[in-house]
Design a protein around this ligand. Structure first.
Ligand code: PHE
Length: 342
């Protein structure tokens, strides 16, 4: 028994390992539950009582020295790897890229739009998504019987009280800004809006808008046109044309809808522009004097223009996305296509 122990001790002491794997098989061979050393401990019960003391000590020494050897070798090997000394590292292997998140396309476009307006002096303002009737409707000249207040379009927060709603447009932020600030006002307001609409490729009950408001002395429709022309060219490209069609909003007079020349077919006609060469991108108009007065801005002294656009719609046009639901599904195959966008 003593000789056996001595033999094992000799092998252990002479052992060297070049790799972590070698060291591990050494550990398994000698120290694991079914390894050589535990087996020797197993044989201890057969040792004659008078030899037990000596054999016991030898066994313990063997076990401790083996453990120590393992520790030393392990330390040496990890130091080697850390200092890059190990020779079998393959530097030609391709790098393992870890997956990186991307900005959501709506965030990308919101930022592009805000940047464009920041360059001509528009600040950014935000307002609450849960609004009262005054800011969402009344201050903006929606009369009591206006169909937009109807349950079909508006989400009411409280069944019994029709005074608190989820805002149906970002025009509510115009009102808040004007109530708190006298002209000159030049601001854009991005945000989520809510309408009780069936979800389809072209509509959703939650979407995003950016509102624009400019109030000062002598602001005219010419200023509105030039500002939006600048925006259209910056955003869709310098060859973009614009046109205005008369429209109606309760809070602007006159009101218009603005189209851009179709950026997909260049105006020749395609299924995106329904072969008209034009696509609608926003609503706009001169702020109705009554709205200025509602917000304590003297309409005898000041005039202003406002516009509002849907971020989803503009993103769909810019990136030729044909289904609005893609923005809300979080499908990585879609989102990953916006890697390069900031
Ligand atoms: N709030 C209008 C809408 O949601 C858009 C708009 C904003 C129109 C500002 C004119 C002026 O449709």
């Amino acid at each position: 028994m003593k000789d056996k122990i001595q033999d094992v001790l000799n092998t252990v002491e002479n052992f060297t390992a070049d790799t972590v794997e070698e060291l591990e098989s050494f550990r398994i061979k000698y120290m694991s539950k079914k390894g050589i050393i535990p087996a020797l401990f197993g044989e201890f019960k057969n040792v004659a009582p008078e030899a037990r003391k000596e054999v016991g000590m030898a066994l313990n020494e063997l076990k401790n020295k083996t453990q120590e050897k393992l520790n030393v070798l392990r330390r040496q090997l990890t130091e080697k790897t850390a200092s890059g000394e190990q020779q079998d590292m393959d530097l030609t292997l391709p790098v393992n890229f870890s997956r990186q998140g991307t900005r959501h396309p709506l965030s990308v476009v919101r930022r592009q739009i805000l940047d464009i307006f920041a360059r001509i002096g528009f600040t950014v303002s935000e307002g609450p998504e849960i609004e009262d009737d005054w800011h969402n409707f009344s201050a903006l000249n929606f009369r009591e019987e206006h169909p937009a207040r109807d349950m079909q379009d508006t989400f009411f927060v409280d069944d019994k009280d029709e005074k608190i709603v989820l805002r149906t447009h970002t025009s509510s932020v115009q009102v808040r800004v004007m109530e708190h600030q006298q002209p000159p006002i030049r601001t854009v307001s991005p945000g989520r809006v809510f309408r009780n609409e069936a979800i389809s490729a072209r509509a959703h009950c939650i979407f995003h808008q950016i509102e624009g408001l400019y109030v000062d002395h002598n602001v005219s429709f010419a200023d509105l046109k030039q500002t939006l022309y600048y925006f259209a060219r910056e955003f869709f490209g310098e060859h973009t044309k614009i046109r205005f069609r008369p429209s109606y909003f309760p809070f602007t007079e006159p009101s218009a809808e603005m189209d851009i020349s179709c950026n997909i077919c260049g105006g020749k006609g395609c299924n995106i522009c329904k072969y008209t060469g034009w696509v609608e991108i926003l609503g706009c108009g001169m702020v109705d004097p009554q709205v200025l007065d509602n917000c304590n801005i003297n309409s005898e002294v000041y005039t202003g223009f406002a516009f509002g656009m849907g971020i989803e719609r503009i993103t769909m046009l810019k990136y030729q996305i044909n289904d609005l639901r893609l923005f809300f599904e979080n499908d990585l195959r879609f989102l990953d296509q916006f890697h390069a966008a900031y």
